[in-house]
Design a protein around this ligand. Structure first.
Ligand SMILES: C[S@@+](CC[C@H](N)C(=O)[O-])C[C@H]1O[C@@H](n2cnc3c(N)ncnc32)[C@H](O)[C@@H]1O
Length: 374
């Protein structure tokens, strides 16, 4: 067994079964053995692809879109805050696009929200000369006090946040939480006697209990099959609320795998959306090999959308990555000469980003805005 498996085993030994959110948090983010403490899980030699691993075009298209949105804000530098920047490639592609466009001068204030010291070091290395245009914040409170005027965004951050896993008990008309225990050396699913705290994000406002998830339509519970599984992600909701609160004026957006509330309840999702990636193979064996495979669950876009709107944001776009980027390309074509040549390499990258059979359909974009000054 790996060092991380020993750590998790010891925790279960000491206090009994743990919530899946705790298991996922340790598997991905344990400071010594966590999966994301490794630098290269993304790309051909890693476990999965993201839009960033397709090449620099994704960042260039985002930079173009952000510049358009920034033009409507007028005063002050355009502030861009990225979270989940991993090794800094997307940040480099965006900052570099602005530097080239400004003749070597950056017209933006780029922030990376990054709690991990190790990841900050990778990001600085990847950014190279672009690092001079980037500032780092370890948490939301370290961003400028007056809030952000510009864009707060993430690519595949929220679907990497720890989730809790619940099964519907039709006889008791209640949710039961699935946790993680042990059978011998192996980890196994166990029903928890009662929901467990997973830290600060498990507050009622963080949707720690899926009854909150169903408040909008409790009548659905009467017809939900016994054993139907949903995941909730209090950390993702907390992230979105924090971002919405910090956004003084401008845009908040995320690119993620995800579904709406109705889609999460479709019969084809009765086993939930939790899965593992290892060497580009997807599996349901999420309790195997902790720290050596990626774990992910679909984002609940309805919950994020409602949280943003409750914080005063307007929903501008909720669509596939393909249609979002096609619109950006349409604007580029309209303003010919402001983007750069469509070389064969760039065309190939565009196809990967927008084609429904590649990344265009599976990834979705939720974009909300606050136009008036707070
Ligand atoms: C699936 S990877 C995506 C990486 C990159 N955005 C890309 O598209 O290639 C998720 C990243 O989010 C980071 N992450 C998770 N929780 C975070 C948090 N609360 N703040 C900042 N980064 C976080 C992980 O460490 C990991 O680097």
């Amino acid at each position: 067994m790996s060092g991380l498996a020993d750590v998790i085993r010891a925790e279960i030994e000491a206090a009994g079964p743990i919530s899946f959110a705790r298991f996922m948090d340790l598997a991905l983010y344990h400071p010594e053995f966590g999966y994301y403490e490794r630098r290269s899980p993304v790309g051909r030699h890693g476990d999965y692809y993201t839009s960033v691993s397709a090449g620099g075009l994704f960042g260039e298209l985002l930079a173009f879109a952000f510049a358009q949105w920034g033009a409507g804000l007028n005063d002050g530098p355009l502030q861009i805050v990225e979270s989940g920047a991993h090794d800094g490639r997307l940040a480099r592609d965006i900052v570099d696009w602005f530097r080239r466009r400004g003749g070597g001068r950056s017209q933006i204030e780029y922030w990376i929200l990054e709690p991990s010291i190790a990841r900050r070091a990778w990001q600085k290395e990847t950014l190279g000369p672009c690092a001079a245009s980037v500032r780092w914040a370890s948490d939301w409170d370290s961003l400028p006090d007056c809030g952000v005027q510009g864009v707060i965004f993430a690519n595949e951050l929220l679907d990497a946040m720890p989730v809790r896993r619940w099964a519907w008990d039709a006889a008791a008309m209640n949710w039961r939480e699935w946790g993680v225990g042990r059978i011998g050396d192996a980890f196994a699913w166990v029903r928890l006697d009662r929901p467990q705290s997973t830290g600060p994000d498990s507050s009622p406002t963080g949707m720690s209990d899926p009854n909150e998830f169903f408040q909008s339509d409790a009548s659905l519970l009467a017809v939900l099959p016994d054993g139907f599984i949903v995941e909730t992600c209090p950390a993702a909701l907390t992230w979105w609320r924090n971002a919405a609160t910090r956004l003084r004026r401008g845009w908040l957006l995320t690119f993620d795998y995800g579904l709406t509330f109705e889609e999460l309840l479709s019969p084809s999702r009765s086993q939930g959306t939790l899965r593992a990636y290892h060497s580009h193979q997807v599996s349901n064996a999420v309790l195997d090999r902790p720290g050596e495979q990626d774990l992910t669950a679909h984002v609940n876009f309805s919950a994020l959308r409602a949280a943003g709107e409750a914080a005063g944001l307007k929903t501008e776009h909720f669509e596939s990555q393909g249609s979002f980027l096609v619109r950006v390309v349409g604007e580029i074509e309209r303003q010919s000469g402001r983007f750069g040549d469509w070389t064969p390499g760039r065309r190939r990258q565009l196809k990967t980003l927008i084609h429904p059979e590649h990344l265009g359909h599976a990834f979705r974009v939720l974009a909300q805005s606050r136009q008036a000054r707070l």
